[in-house]
Design a protein around this ligand. Structure first.
Ligand code: ZN
Ligand code: ZN
Length: 223
């Protein structure tokens, strides 16, 4: 099972599955020189990809031509949107000049970045799988080992319709994970005090601050 595979190792399994889906998608955009109509429509509506996804694409080798083609269309649409001859404010009886607010509105996107849409769909799909699977003790053990879901993905999972079925197992696993991490964090903080600096930190204690960060904001993209 794909979900259980993503629980092998530290870190929120939904973050890992989302990152994998994003990379597969960006790879496909990078190598298929001709994008399909749906992708073009989505990229035009979103005025190109969002900053993190554009930058992730930029890190792929051979990205230049694909990014040039996408952003050429973005620029073309910016020219159209700001063309004074086509300003909606100038048509009609009073022929008012477009205000900066009109222009700001004309430059807005009308759709979400397609990679963000894919990421959100992937997260909800696997959140639903997890809600069913978490009732198995094997799945609970794997999730505990992986450190559980990050806070954004835990909230998303609990907000899914049908979350009631997996909710108590999910919360029980997370409370155990958080209690163990809390103990390590407290030792980490205590041993940073100069009075206790002679006491050696365990490997778990020395990485506890980073794992707590992963839990509160999610795994670092591209990590
Ligand atoms: Zn996550
Ligand atoms: Zn995006």
């Amino acid at each position: 099972m794909e979900l259980r595979g993503a629980m092998d190792g530290w870190g929120c399994p939904l973050c890992r599955l989302v990152a994998k889906a994003e990379m597969t998608y960006l790879d496909s955009l990078n190598y298929e020189r001709v994008l399909d109509f749906n992708t073009w429509d989505a990229l035009q509506a979103s005025r190109g990809m969002c900053e993190p996804h554009s930058r992730a694409w930029e890190r792929l080798s051979g990205c230049a031509l694909g990014l040039a083609m996408v952003n050429r269309v973005v620029l073309l649409n910016l020219q159209r949107a700001t063309d004074p001859k086509k300003s909606p404010a100038k048509s009609g009886l009073f022929r008012r000049a477009a205000t900066p607010a009109h222009l700001a509105e004309a430059l807005e996107s009308s759709g979400e970045c397609p990679a963000c849409t894919l990421a959100a769909d992937t997260a909800t799909r696997f959140a639903d799988v997890l809600l069913k699977d978490i009732r198995e003790s094997e799945s609970q053990a794997l999730l505990r080992e992986s450190g559980g879901l990050c806070l954004p993905h835990l909230r998303l999972t609990l907000a899914r319709p049908g979350a009631r079925r997996g909710e108590s197992d999910l919360i029980a696993v997370h409370r155990e994970v958080w209690a163990a991490l809390m103990a390590e964090l407290e030792e980490f903080i205590r041993k940073n005090d100069y009075r206790f600096q002679g006491e050696k930190m365990t490997p778990g204690e020395s990485t506890s601050w980073r794992r707590a960060l992963d839990i509160s904001v999610g795994l670092k993209r591209g990590a």
